[in-house]
Structure formats: C-alpha cells, structure tokens
Design a protein around this ligand. Structure first.
Ligand code: NIG
Ligand code: FE
Length: 385
C-alpha cells in the first residue's frame, strides 16, 4: 500500500486538542488513514508527495444534513418567496411527484452529480436523507441509491404527510411496512416535527416515528423548531437523538435541555438565507455550552446550495460565529452530529480527509464568500464516505 505526504501546508487546522493549528506542516497518510501529522521538516518519507505551496489545509467538511435524492427543481417557488411568499413545506409535494416519476438511472445520475458537487467544494463526508418518495417502494429506492454513495443514510419517510393520505394512516405506514422495508438501507431515522406546518408532524407523531425507528435498530435525528417554537428539540434531547436540526425558534427551556443533554444542535443558515427568515441565535447556544454543528440542508426547497463555505460565511456574517467556530461546527461539530470520531479532526488514525483552501488561512472561507477556494484532496479515491 503506498503512502503519501501532503507538505508545505501554510496553515494546518487539525481540531485535535494536542496538535492544534500548525504552520509549515505536513500530513502523511496510508490506505486512506492519517499516519503522521507535524512540522514539514520532520515528515517521514513517503511514496508520493503532494506540495500544496503554502495553502491552508482543514479537515474535510462534514455535511451532516442533506436531501440529495430528488428530481426536478423549485426555482419558481424560490422566486415566489423572494417576492414575499412564506415557506410552509407545501412545495415538498412537487418534488415528491418529480422524484417518483424519475427512473433509477436518472435519480442515480442526479445523486452522483450532487455528491461530486459537494466534494468539489471540500465536503468529504455527506449524510443523505430520503423523504421525496413517501411510498414504501419510493422511500426504499431513495435509501438504496443513497447507500451507494455514503454510509450516512437517513430514513425520512416522515417528511410530510403525502397528498391524499390520512395522517394516522400515513404514520402507521411509516412506522410499519415502510420502516420494515427501509431500515436495512439506513443508519438513521429522522422526522420533520413541526406543528407550525400543516404538512409535517406533531410531537406525538414524531415520538411514534422515532420510537419505531429505534426499535428497528436505527439511530435518531430530528428536524425541529424550524418554522416556529415546538416540541422537536425537547423530544430529540429526551430520546437521546444525535442531532436536532434547524433550531431556529428556541425557548430558554429548549436551550437548557440541549445544554444538559447529548444532542447536537445543527444549524442550517442556508435555509434562512433561501427562505428569507431570521437566523438561529447561534451565540445563545454556544454561550450556553451546547454542541453546535453547521450543515447545508441541500434540498430543492429551502436551500438549493451544497456549499459548506457559504454556510461558514453565513454563520460568521449573520450568526456571529468566529471563522474558527464556524469551521469547527462544519467539521468536528458535524462529525459529532453523526456520532463519528474518525472525521472532522485531523490526527493519526483518523480518515485522511483533507480539504485544501486556495488561500493562506481558513479565514478566507468567510472573508472571500462565493469564491470557490475549497477542494477535497483526493489521496485515495474512494466513493463511499
Ligand atoms: O430541511 N424541513 C423540512 N425539510 C427540508 C425542506 C424540504 C423541501 O422543502 O423540499 C428542510 O428544510
Ligand atoms: Fe432538512
């Protein structure tokens, strides 16, 4: 197996408490894993050498929340929102229709292109949800396709109640036959818990979905408190979910629960940007000691961007995170939201997922928004992340 040294790293952000940030550094990797990190002058010999010419290197971005399996777009819905229309989840139905109508080859190609787009912008781990099928066969297919490109696959049959279905019947389907068909393709189960949306699920329905998922061997994540205050955060913490995502409308009790629990608060500022909504109060969470992650939520409705650098820039500009806090949230924080310790931190033994910034420091991610500076380094081509 051949080894590779990545050298002449101007600024290396490791997020490892002992290694910290290094200047003039090198990383050695073998078989996709880091074997050594330190000053370039002391790097052990390797079979191959990649000189990054003084650029910054950071842990590959971990996008812990995406909905990449879909067909069609909702650009017109976005334009209507920019004219003042409100988002309530109703547009999901149009993506469901487009996705059901696409054949496997088309969906697989769309998904592959989106994963490549993520990687080209520095993302090396991506979570992918179902949720645009909403029948047993269509959800099972979405998860099967997602599992071809990532190990972080999430069953989101409980995205919305599909048109024409009765709520109770649909929850029974999701927790019964749909879960039975889908569980083997997924690691996670998720639910859109949002009483403020007529299409999504209330606290009792969300609890039923999560309980059934756990019984089927899945780990828990929740979409909560996106459109208004609600039970999503409290439920996620009570059930020990790995993450509760959105967290835009939080009470003091929600913040206290998050601070006292083991659930990561994942913030998705691309959604507030693309729905012209108020941003979550990230400082309130960080100051309370809550573990925070940053992800894209890339989906055709509320955020059609897969750019983690954009999310970092928004977190810095709109949510008062420092550039270092935002980068941490999009790497180590998001890894924690996926209960992963092998990514998000560059240290011996971890995955050799390195992202190069075409700039001397990580500050440029927020300082130069919209400029394509970040790229994942291909040390060991491996499609499954
Ligand atoms: O995370 N909140 C629910 N689901 C997605 C939006 C999906 C859509 O509108 O297509 C979200 O924002
Ligand atoms: Fe989402």
């Amino acid at each position: 197996m051949s080894s590779v040294v990545v050298t002449a790293i101007g600024e290396l952000t490791t997020h490892d408490p002992e290694l910290g940030t290094l200047h003039g550094a090198a990383v050695v990797a073998e078989a996709g894993a880091i074997t050594w990190v330190g000053p370039a002058a002391h790097a052990p010999a390797a079979d191959r050498r990649i000189d990054v010419g003084g650029r910054a290197v950071v842990p590959g971005f971990v996008d812990s929340h995406t909905h990449l399996v879909f067909a069609g777009d909702r650009a017109a819905e976005f334009a209507a929102r920019m004219r003042g229309e409100r988002y309530d989840g109703g547009g999901i139905a149009s993506t469901v229709a487009g996705t059901r109508a696409a054949d496997d080859a088309t969906l697989r190609a769309l998904l592959a292109a989106r994963v490549a787009e993520c990687r080209a912008q520095g993302t090396t781990t991506v979570e992918i949800k179902s949720g645009y099928g909403l029948t047993v066969a269509d959800e099972e297919r979405a998860l099967r396709l997602a599992s071809e490109v990532t190990s972080e696959v999430t069953f989101l049959g409980a995205h919305v109640v599909p048109a024409g279905a009765a709520r109770d019947d649909y929850v029974a389907l999701v927790t019964g036959p749909m879960l039975a068909a889908c569980a083997r393709h997924a690691r996670w189960i998720d639910v859109f818990c949002e009483p403020a949306s007529p299409h999504a699920f209330d606290g009792d329905e969300a609890r039923a979905v999560l309980d059934a998922g756990r019984t089927a061997g899945l780990e828990l994540r929740v979409h909560g408190n996106q459109l208004g205050p609600g039970p999503g955060v409290a439920l996620a913490v009570e059930l020990g979910a790995a993450s509760v995502d959105h967290c835009t409308y939080l009470t003091d009790a929600d913040v206290d629960a998050l601070a006292g629990g083991d659930t990561v608060a994942t913030l998705l500022p691309g959604v507030e940007f693309s729905t012209r909504s108020p941003y979550p109060d990230a400082r309130r969470l960080l100051d309370a000691g809550v573990a925070v992650a940053l992800a894209s939520d890339c989906n055709p409705g509320t955020c059609a961007s897969s750019s983690i650098p954009l999310m970092i820039a928004l977190a810095v500009r709109e949510m008062d995170l420092t550039p270092a806090e935002a980068l941490y949230a999009a790497t180590a924080g998001a890894a924690r939201a996926l209960r992963r310790t092998d990514v998000g931190v560059l240290a011996p033994g971890n995955r050799a997922d390195l992202t190069v910034i075409d700039a001397p420091s990580h500050l440029h991610l927020a300082y130069r928004p919209g400029v394509p500076l970040a790229h994942a380094l291909d040390l060991m081509p491996d499609a499954r992340r």
